[in-house]
Design a protein around this ligand. Sequence first.
Ligand SMILES: [Zn+2]
Length: 253
Amino acid sequence: MTFDADSAVVDAVVPSPNFGERRGAVRPDMLILHYTGMREGDSPLARLTDPDSGVSAHYLVEEDGRILQMVPEGARAWHAGESYWQGERDINSRSIGIEIVNPGHRHGLRPYPPRQIQRLIELCRDCVERWAIAPQNVLAHSDVAPSRKEDPGELFPWDQLSRAGIGTVVDAPPMGGGRFLTIGDRGAPVTAWQTMLAGYGFELEATGTFDETTRLATIALQRHHRQTRVDGVADASTVGVLHRLLSLRAATR
Ligand SMILES: [Zn+2]
């Protein structure tokens, strides 16, 4: 069953049967960005519209910049899976999902072509404006599912989107020596770091032990905000990034 595109930037509507009703939330207030992560030659569009795949997204942005809509924005697409952000688990009901074609970590993560990013920016801007989505709610799949997902990855140009008014990026303090926290560490500084990560949005308990969950949340933070080194170690630069993000959020509240 076809429908009218929600955005003027859409090139074609290719309906997917994979959607349902948004639960609870009347309108989307999050934008979740993904890569398709498929082998060259396999069709992301075929998968996202296949009734047997059980997955979909509202939009697909091809490498040449073509934008396809598969699910109406009013409906709940199936892109986030098991996920969590700031106490919310049903991210699909709250969000618009955009799949961006890239082979991803598994099949060769590569830079996103400028044309693809340019069109993605047009699409995001349109969604963010029409739904009044806050910059801090423009997130990576890896932000809301850090233990399962790596997309859209550390080559994704969040800074470019941010300059175009989409999402939030802060300047990372320079990397250098100093103290750092890593897997296996225990104590008050670890508790403080976990409290910051949880306060930002990740699902995490402040146990005082730098465990695998803490490491994966740290990696997700780096993939989005400190892309030059994604190693799951809370060095001074990484801690500084999160401080800046939290104060920025406090200032915009
Ligand atoms: Zn994803």
